[in-house]
Design a binder for this molecule. Structure first.
Ligand SMILES: NC(=O)c1ccc[n+]([C@@H]2O[C@H](COP(=O)([O-])OP(=O)(O)OC[C@H]3O[C@@H](n4cnc5c(N)ncnc54)[C@H](O)[C@@H]3O)[C@@H](O)[C@H]2O)c1
Length: 320
């Protein structure tokens, strides 16, 4: 059988390290890689729930933890571990630099020492900053608005340097807002909507709510990470749901999906907020990626983790 560009099955089973594998996207990446017959190792601050999965639990900013994670049997790395809060990066920029830049540099160096063949990074479209209402493509210059965006841009540059000097294949996946099952611990807009729906509360909407956002389902985001580490060449690829919605529209889809009235309180925009996220995913499509989940179906899948159970008990944390 011929293998198309979207095929996640490698000719031989690979040993893949997933940093941040206990997190929201990481758990989906682990499941996909395992289902495709690859061997996985997770390295994360938090333990992986399935104890049969090879795991290194600890802080990857610590060299000894990194050395336990990146060993000579590792063929490829999916690098997801990061400080992910944009607003948190404004409050604690040095912490974010240490985690997103220095930790990445340390992992890359070990990857080089152990002849790892591919190192895929989860990055963000926030690396391009304020481009008004224009569509984001991979060719735009990097001009991030926050330490989070800045550290992701810096990490991208480190990857390209290792590709140029040492031949490491370093695909970069620039994700839009990821949502779906397993995000009960997150603090982004969709889980805020879900929590508000579950508790009868409301959400804050920054500005007039007419800013446009692209949401990509976690299953699609994880598939993109797997395609990238297995086959995509060095360089950035934008991954999104391919359609942008206003924040007001997203809130309305959440009301329709959950059947709950979610109140909206308008507050002043936060620093570092991008005025619009409208992305062109043509490059991803040319490499076999296709978003497969509609916003309505995706919102329903996210709600399942938050909806109170029929016996009246509260929501569960889908991570456990
Ligand atoms: N979720 C999104 O909308 C989104 C969008 C763009 C990019 N990304 C990127 O995708 C990646 C995964 O994001 P996520 O949403 O799954 O986040 P998450 O917070 O659920 O997962 C991140 C994981 O990294 C681990 N981690 C953090 N610092 C660590 C350290 N020092 N040592 C070891 N482990 C550490 C955490 O314990 C966590 O399990 C991140 O790099 C993030 O920047 C996410």
């Amino acid at each position: 059988m011929s293998r198309g560009p979207a095929d996640v099955h490698a000719p031989a089973a690979l040993q893949v390290l997933i940093t941040g594998g206990s997190g929201f996207i990481g758990r989906h990446v682990v499941a996909l890689l395992k289902a495709a017959g690859h061997h996985v190792r997770v390295a994360d601050l938090d333990g992986f729930p399935d104890k049969s999965v090879d795991s290194v639990t600890g802080d990857l900013c610590d060299r000894h933890v990194r050395e336990d994670a990146v060993t000579s049997d590792i063929d490829a790395v999916v690098h997801l571990a990061a400080a992910t809060s944009v607003l948190g990066s404004i409050e604690r920029p040095t912490h974010v630099h240490r985690t997103n830049v220095e930790m990445t540099a340390g992992l890359l160096e070990l990857a080089r020492e152990h002849d790892v063949s591919a190192f895929a990074l989860a990055s963000t479209n926030a690396v391009v900053g304020d481009i008004g209402q224009r569509t984001i493509t991979e060719d735009l210059p990097l001009a991030p608005l926050t330490p989070y965006g800045g550290t992701k841009a810096a990490a991208e540059m480190l990857l390209y340097g290792y590709a140029g000097a040492f031949g490491l294949r370093t695909p970069v996946v620039r994700l839009t807002n990821v949502y779906g099952p397993g995000m009960a611990h997150k603090d982004s807009f969709v889980p805020r909507l879900m929590r508000a729906a579950a508790c009868g509360g409301g959400v804050q909407i920054y500005g007039d709510g007419e800013q446009r956002r692209d949401l990509v389902h976690v299953g699609d985001a994880a598939r993109a990470m797997v395609l990238a580490v297995l086959s995509w060449p060095t360089g950035p690829v934008i991954i999104g749901g391919s359609r942008s919605y206003t924040v007001n529209e997203i809130a309305q889809v959440a009301r329709d999906t959950t059947g709950r009235a979610i109140a909206a309180e308008r507050v002043a925009p936060k620093p570092g907020e991008m005025p619009a996220v409208v992305v062109d995913i043509a490059r991803a499509r040319s490499r076999g990626f296709q978003p497969s989940v509609s916003l309505v179906d995706g919102m329903r899948s996210a709600w399942a983790d938050f909806a109170p159970s029929p016996d009246g008990h509260g929501s569960v944390d889908a991570r456990d």
